[in-house]
Design a protein around this ligand. Structure first.
Ligand code: C2O
Ligand code: CU
Length: 463
């Protein structure tokens, strides 16, 4: 004896929604969801078993989020994972409250709950989003996607191609991701390297092209720890942007270039391979080479190559030329296997290296392990900071600053391009400058996510 009305109520959804105020209904109707869940995908080549990954949406990596510059990115993050999670929008200079860093800018969203992200896409370029809670595990399980902000006027290219590079650690027999996320050897050495390399979640990424077509390749290193050293074959062109920020004058793509975890480049490349040949992106010239993308060439789009491209329109660049008044900061990395760290401060107390190791902590910044009560630096809004970054370890580290891009100073003091992630190799040191023009609490950490989990994580406060 159910009336129509109570039947709808009992079946959930429809009548429940009509009970909400009009504004809430509109929000429900218009905020797209970003649902994180565990689900099986065919990650390994066909013939191998499926892999249960954690991802946003049903694909392996993605979905790609794409907006026009100046628009807002609004997503209701719905957590259907068995763990708490949060979403970070890597490289976007957006509001601190939306930065998605659990424990610093928000509480992690517990299973079954949701969080509404709403942030401005100020900069046009190639960015990505990923989990920022237990990220050494969650990103390794697949919680990431591309985030593309389009220029108001599309640049003159024939195709716009996003290539997300990753490596997964899978057991080829079962197809499953190995659950060794906190393995001491990975934490203390080069991080969690995978045994299966993918592009956009595929073992063999292929895109048919025509000779003389111009491609925009947006290459993202989404791996936990792997450095991708890449080169082109049958493609030739220009490096247009680093870490989402266009360069003032396009640079010819070097023979090889390296992307540390978290880093991106935008290339404009022309297909110069002959009809019937495969053009390649990959680590081509070495014995342990691998191909990241294959571009089979058939036919041609025009008789000749195009002219040199105009630079992409620049994003806002804060003035950081006056270094006389700049705050002077120093970040010294120490620890890891074969390092000289004997003791360090962790949770407020000095501990011997042995005790730290037992707790899975292997690295320190300025003698401090992991997140601290007080930030590495407190900067006042608008202040320029100059930081010496020293890698006093025998491993590479990719230092990522949230909320603001920095420039690396060359030996002679010339500022380089804007970047959000600095790759440092063993023993190297760099000078970086940035303008503290974005208020809030900003994470600053190694993007080798196992390193971040074992000590290489700090923050900077801008007030
Ligand atoms: Cu791409 Cu703190 O992260
Ligand atoms: Cu590191």
């Amino acid at each position: 004896m159910l009336s129509r009305r109570s039947f709808l109520w009992a079946s959930g959804g429809v009548t429940a929604m009509t009970a909400l105020p009009a504004a809430a209904k509109r929000a429900l109707a218009t905020t797209p969801e970003l649902v994180a869940s565990a689900h099986p995908v065919q990650l390994l080549p066909s013939g191998y078993p499926e892999t249960s990954i954690w991802g946003y949406g049903a694909q392996t990596s993605g979905p790609e989020i794409r907006v026009k510059q100046g628009a807002r990115i609004s997503r209701r993050f719905v957590n259907q994972l068995p763990q708490a999670s949060s979403v970070h929008w890597h490289g976007l200079r957006a509001e601190n409250a939306m930065d998605g860093v659990s424990g610093l800018t928000q509480e992690a969203v517990s299973p079954g709950n949701s969080f509404d992200y709403d942030l401005a896409a100020e900069d046009a370029g190639t960015f990505w989003y990923h989990s920022h809670n237990r990220s050494a595990e969650q990103v390794a399980r697949g919680l990431y996607g591309a985030l593309i902000v389009d220029e108001p006027t599309p640049p003159d290219v024939d195709r716009d191609v996003t290539l997300m590079l990753d490596d997964w650690r899978v057991d080829p027999k079962t197809g499953q991701i190995t659950q060794d996320f906190g393995a001491s050897h990975d934490l203390s050495h080069g991080g969690r390297l995978g045994n299966f390399i993918s592009t956009n979640g595929e073992a063999t990424y292929r895109l048919p092209v025509r000779r003389h077509e111009r491609l925009r390749l947006r290459i993202v290193n989404a791996a936990n720890a792997r450095l991708f050293t890449l080169g082109l074959q049958g493609l030739d062109g220009w490096l247009m942007a680093y870490d989402g920020m266009p360069v003032t004058s396009p640079e010819p793509v070097p023979e090889t270039f390296t992307l540390g975890p978290g880093q991106r480049v935008d290339l404009f490349v022309d297909v110069i391979a002959e009809d019937g040949v495969e053009a390649l992106l990959g680590r081509i010239d070495q014995s342990k080479g691998y191909v990241q993308a294959i571009f089979p060439v058939s036919g041609s789009s025009s008789a000749n190559r195009r002219l040199v491209p105009a630079p992409l329109p620049l994003n806002r660049a804060p003035d950081m030329t006056d270094l006389a008044e700049a705050a002077t900061l120093r970040l010294e990395m120490s620890g890891g296997a074969m390092g000289s760290m004997r003791e360090a401060i962790w949770n407020g107390y000095s501990r011997k290296a042995g005790e730290l190791m037992e707790n899975g902590q292997f690295w320190a910044f300025n003698g401090l392990v992991g997140m601290t009560e007080t930030p590495l630096a407190r900067l006042s809004l608008g202040q320029v900071a100059r930081m010496t970054v020293v890698n006093d370890t025998v491993f590479p580290h990719a230092m990522h600053l949230h909320g603001m891009h920095f420039r690396v100073l060359a030996q002679d003091g010339t500022p380089g391009p804007l970047r959000d992630t600095l790759l440092t190799l063993r023993g190297e040191s760099y000078e970086i400058v940035f303008a503290a023009d974005n208020p809030g609490r900003w994470a600053f950490h190694c993007h080798m996510l196992s390193h971040a989990a074992s000590g290489m994580m700090t923050w900077i406060e801008v007030t």
